[in-house]
Design a protein around this ligand. Structure first.
Ligand code: ATP
Ligand code: MG
Length: 452
């Protein structure tokens, strides 16, 4: 079968990763949870597949939204986080609990689409900036030369050119950085907006800020700055000038509408059809508000209308107190793919401690290395830590891999404290050391409840 899959890789897919490649990338950070990795990989790949299809049919294909179900601390959010980095698409992660029904204090659900659009705009802008970088730098150089060398009246033609070139060489050699130049800088009249400050600014954000910006004429001010600083300011101006904002917005909207991904964390917390949570906000109400966005609607953003029909939603939750079937039926229908993540045991913990690129042991080794200390963990120490984490999880509360963080911190507390006073040296952490440092805590259930 391998040959069948081959033709679909890099060259033909415009740099998009295949599911296999996506899983391989996720494997670098997340231990186990194969099923969840495969599902998100396929969902991501389907976005690309859809785009290869003729338009009439393409619009018919709805995204296959996913619910990731699993106990706390087993990698749900981590998978989403890593996926975000891989998918070169606008990706927003937000807790479902942040939303309230329209009219209540809290965020209205449409704000997630606005945020996503905002993200996409900066993404595309950054891409465009990269593209015009060389051009902008050229323009900046010319403008700096203009500033450094105001055209002198009566200077002979060739003479000015020669000086300019000499100056250019000096500028490039970094010999002019400390020189001062006078620069016209745009002065933003912001104080008016400041007054409204944090609360409610989001709604204002809409177009009020821009409106204000347009009302108040762009004032400029003379500033005397060093060449180094002037270069930065001019670069911002020039790259802004070279970017076609209309195109940026169009591309950003396309990215959101065709490739956008919204990760809805803690979805279980809004499941349940009881009509109230506390006196006011109803969970069902939040679901009802969410529904149109998940089903596809048009949201007005400050950059124009954005359709959500093809945005991919990945929801996640522990579903301890509620089940996916507690979601309102329409919502269930919109999340056809369910994947369960497995709870983690000692074997996984051992791997999590050592294998991922950001593994805890690697982190602590790097931290201690800054103090000139080489921290080595023997295999039996790793085993012991994993076993202890499992046992504490079983006896107190199962918080999954998060337990490793608390145990490691406690284990290395003494060394962390002493490190700066120690001579440079190697320290080997073996299972005896682990037991010694942690034994009394582990035995005492109450103590471990508080400390680990
Ligand atoms: N399978 C795993 N492989 C590697 N690290 C993991 C794994 N599961 C969890 N971790 C680590 O544990 C921490 C918590 O994981 P994560 O945030 O993904 O939990 P979660 O499943 O989203 O839990 P919750 O339901 O409480 O939100 C993360 O820092 C992550 O690095
Ligand atoms: Mg989480």
């Amino acid at each position: 079968m391998e040959w069948l899959i081959k033709p679909l890789t890099h060259e033909t897919n415009g740099g998009q990763l295949t599911p296999r490649e996506i899983v391989a990338e996720l494997d670098k950070y997340i231990v186990g949870q194969e099923e969840a990795k495969r599902s998100v990989a396929v969902a991501l790949r389907n976005r690309w597949r859809r785009q290869q299809i003729p338009e009439e049919l393409r619009d018919e294909i709805a995204p296959k939204n996913i619910i990731m179900i699993g106990p706390t601390g087993v990698g749900k959010t981590e998978i989403a986080r890593r996926l975000a980095k891989l998918a070169q698409s606008p990706f927003l992660k937000i807790e479902a609990t942040k939303f309230t029904e329209v009219g209540y204090v809290g965020r209205d659900v449409e704000s997630m689409v606005r945020d996503l659009m905002e993200l996409a705009v900066s993404m595309v802008k950054a891409e465009e900036r990269d593209k015009v970088k060389a051009k902008a730098q050229e323009a900046v150089e010319e403008r700096l030369l203009d500033l450094l060398l105001p055209t002198r009246e009566g200077a002979a033609e060739g003479e000015g050119d020669a000086t300019r070139e000499k100056l250019r060489d000096m500028l490039r050699a970094g010999k002019m950085e400390e020189r001062f130049v006078d620069l016209e800088v745009a002065q933003r009249a912001t104080p008016v907006v400041e007054i409204f400050s944090s609360a409610g600014l989001e709604e204002l954000d809409f177009n009020f800020k821009e409106m204000l910006g347009n009302l108040l004429p762009g004032r400029t001010k003379q500033r005397r700055v060093k060449v180094a600083e002037a270069r930065e300011i001019l670069y911002q101006e020039e790259s802004q000038r070279l970017i076609d904002m209309d195109r940026v917005l169009e591309e950003a909207r396309r990215k959101v509408e065709q490739n956008g991904i919204i990760f809805l964390d803690e979805i279980d917390k809004i499941a349940g059809r009881d009509h109230s949570r506390g006196p006011d906000v109803s969970r069902e109400g939040v679901q009802r508000d969410l529904l149109p966005i998940v089903e596809g609607t048009t949201v007005t953003t400050k950059y124009g209308m954005v359709r959500t029909d093809h945005v991919l939603f990945i929801a996640s939750g522990a579903f301890h107190m509620s089940k996916p079937s507690d979601l309102i039926p329409e919502m269930q229908g919109r999340f056809p793919i369910r994947v369960e993540l497995q709870s983690l045991g000692a074997a996984e913990f051992e791997r999590i401690l050592t294998e991922p690129e950001n593994a805890l042991i690697k982190q602590y080794r790097a931290l201690m290395a800054t103090e000139g200390i080489t921290l080595n963990f023997t295999p039996d120490a790793v085993q012991e830590i994993a076993a202890l984490a499992t046992s504490v999880n079983e006896r107190t509360e199962n918080i999954g891999a998060r337990r490793l963080a608390t145990i490691m911190e406690k284990l290395l507390e003494e060394i962390s404290f002493q490190a700066p006073d120690m001579k440079e040296q190697e320290i080997a952490i073996n299972s005896n050391y682990v037991r010694e440092r942690l034994a009394n805590l582990i035995e005492d259930e109450d103590l471990s409840r508080y400390i680990l």
